[in-house]
Design a protein around this ligand. Structure first.
Ligand code: SF4
Length: 183
């Protein structure tokens, strides 16, 4: 009982970019923390892809047994605001999602936030870390940083075992055209 209460007081809101990446975070982090997920990804296009990743994230939440908060608004118009500076679109895109996650954590009185983006070796890891820390300073919501890239191969294995849908590109229409790797 005491252990459970300690875990809840150490709750963390995990921005969940997709179900497969959550398999690289939850098994490790849930031993230390009470996990809440937050699906907020207006960068995922087109709509059927957005729906597929959302459903997969929901399935993972149900299998692992954590609460997944969802912003189900496709939100492409909001995201397009971010790519006004096309060259810096990835920075804006990550910032947008982490900032909203920190704000949502504050609304829900969850003291810290993190992101499954820290699992992927294909993301700009240092930028994600710096951005999370900068947002923490601004909002007062702690950013939980850990290099989860060590779990990337395990997450692929686990995703296959769970028969999860695994996407072939980062999310936006530009990455759909250019990405040659799985994220
Ligand atoms: S490649 Fe990924 S991080 Fe960059 S803008 Fe597209 S969806 Fe966002």
């Amino acid at each position: 009982m005491q252990e459970r209460q300690e875990k809840i007081s150490r709750a963390v809101l995990v921005h969940t970019c997709c179900g497969p990446c959550m398999t690289g975070v939850f098994p490790e982090l849930s031993k230390e923390k009470k996990i809440y997920g937050f699906f907020y990804n207006p960068n995922i296009h087109p709509l059927n892809e957005f729906s597929a990743r959302l459903m997969t994230a929901g399935f993972v939440a149900s299998q692992f047994g954590f609460k997944l908060f969802v912003d189900a608004d496709y939100g492409i118009a909001r995201w397009l605001e971010v790519v006004k500076d096309f060259e810096k679109r990835c920075s804006g895109c990550v910032y947008m999602r982490l900032k909203r996650t920190a704000e949502f954590a504050e609304e829900k009185k969850i003291k810290s936030f993190t992101t499954t983006l820290l699992v992927s070796p294909y993301q700009d890891h240092e930028y994600i870390k710096e951005t999370g820390c900068a947002i923490a300073k601004k909002t007062g919501v702690e950013f939980f940083y850990r290099d989860f890239r060590k779990n990337y191969q395990d997450s692929i294995k686990k995703s296959k075992e769970m028969l999860l849908y695994r996407q072939k590109y980062c999310g936006c229409v530009f990455s759909q055209e250019n990405d040659k790797v799985k994220h």
